[in-house]
Design a protein around this ligand. Structure first.
Ligand code: HEM
Length: 401
């Protein structure tokens, strides 16, 4: 091969990960792109990676990263950092999300699920997203930080505009940027206040532990504290609420699979094969972005330093090269290496907690109901970011068991 052409990108089919039509029907569009090419050209110079093997490899390759810290990715702490800065911060946060810490949450999460289900079963006509999934995931994350219940609705409102910053800057309108900065400013001020209050009354919660760590100043500075809190508070609740609602919707749309799962719910929890399949089938994170930090070859194509890359997690999860009949929901699927929690150094730190929360929520929902009837009307998907997939609402009628 002539070396001068080796770095020239081949002419690629076009795929726009920000196309609003993706919110209604992502999977057939991913399939067309994936079968056309392993790499597509996207807007803003993006290289869009469509197939499982390449997305999986790219997630694990540290030549793809985030680059120098900019104001937006500073707010997401180590999620937006490359080695060597990433690892010590992740290690510090990991103490709240390891197996023992998560197992210790089981009783508290079960109590929260049952309390919300008590209310829901009394009303019978409920919205599984706004009456169940959101309040549950907010309670869990705010419980971790010992933040008051009355702050939860406000915290929920701040996150969607801030989450827009996860999309590449070129994809944001001036209005998006202004809304994100205004929400981020309010959120930072809120966290400042909470940190100062908590410093005077430390307790057995994650916020107190992080403040103590920052005040001791051994490797974790006061400057790192606020972004760390923002990341841990925001990363967990929208995503987990969407896993619960997307999972419920998938089961409601597949009554045979719903019946199978219902028959084998034990201890009020979904089994892990079913949980993995719901995570794969309609992932609450569809895309993640990287920038090439050092030259790298993906799908046989060299990419240059500075190239922006979109990794289509949702497409990888439906790649027939890896998953048998990928567009079918199969709660008995044996081979299920989905990428819904990412992979490599940024593999989701909250995955064990999110799994526990979602399997308790869906497991107890099934074991405490005889029927779940979707209310008539079209289901609409949120269209705020390219990254997040979730419904706007999920109204149902519950018949108690
Ligand atoms: C309790 C709930 C959760 C918490 C506390 C949490 C927290 C985090 C944190 C701290 C990271 C950054 C890890 C790093 O950079 O080393 C992360 C990454 C990630 N999380 Fe979660 N998460 C939660 C739930 C979820 C859920 C439900 C999903 C989707 C199903 C998800 C998908 C991801 C993905 C895909 C990444 C990697 C992003 C990338 O590589 O760019 N997370 N999470």
């Amino acid at each position: 091969m002539n070396p001068s052409t080796a770095t020239e990108p081949a002419l690629r089919p076009y795929f726009d990960p920000f196309d609003p039509a993706l919110h209604t029907d992502p999977y057939s569009r991913y399939a067309a792109a994936r079968e056309a090419a392993a790499l597509c050209a996207g807007p803003y110079g993006l290289t869009v990676v469509t197939r499982h093997a390449d997305v999986s490899q790219a997630l694990r390759d540290n030549r793809l990263g985030h680059g120098p810290l900019t104001a937006p990715n500073r707010l997401f702490s180590f999620l937006g950092m490359d080695p060597p800065h990433h690892e010590p911060l992740r290690r510090l946060a990991a103490r709240f999300f390891g197996p023992a810490a998560v197992a210790a949450q089981t009783l508290r999460i079960t109590a929260a699920v049952d309390d919300l289900l008590d209310h829901a079963l009394r009303k019978q006509q409920v919205d599984l997203l706004t009456d169940f999934a959101y309040p549950l995931s907010l309670r869990v994350v705010c419980g971790l930080f010992a933040l008051p219940e009355e702050d939860q609705p406000w915290i929920r409102e701040q996150t969607p505009p801030i989450a827009r910053l996860l999309d590449p800057p070129d994809a944001l309108t001036d209005h998006d940027v202004a809304a994100a900065h205004s929400a981020a400013g309010g959120f930072v001020a809120y966290l400042h206040r909470k940190i100062n209050e908590r410093r005077r009354h430390l307790g057995p919660d994650a916020l107190s532990a992080l403040i103590t760590e920052a005040d001791q100043g051994a490797g974790f500075s006061r400057r790192d504290l606020l972004p760390m809190c923002a990341l841990l508070l925001m990363a967990g609740y929208e995503t987990t609420a969407n896993v619960i609602a997307n999972g419920a919707l998938a089961l409601l749309s597949h009554p045979d699979q719903l019946a199978t799962v219902r028959n084998r719910v034990s201890g009020g929890q979904l089994d892990s094969a079913a949980m993995n399949e719901l995570l794969r089938y309609d992932s609450s994170i569809q895309i993640t972005f990287r920038t090439v930090q050092r030259p790298v070859v993906i799908a046989g194509t060299p990419l240059r330093q500075g190239d922006p890359v979109a990794l289509l997690i949702g497409s990888a999860n439906h790649d027939p090269r890896v998953f048998v009949r990928p567009d079918r929901l199969d709660v008995d699927r044996a081979h299920n290496p989905h990428l819904s929690f990412g992979a490599g150094i940024h593999y989701c730190l909250g995955a064990p907690l999110a799994r526990l929360e979602a399997s308790l929520a869906l497991g107890r929902l099934l074991s405490r109901t005889r029927r779940i009837e979707p209310s008539p009307g079209a289901i609409r998907h949120k269209n705020t970011t390219a990254t997040v997939r979730g419904v706007e609402s999920l109204p149902v009628v519950l018949t108690p068991a």
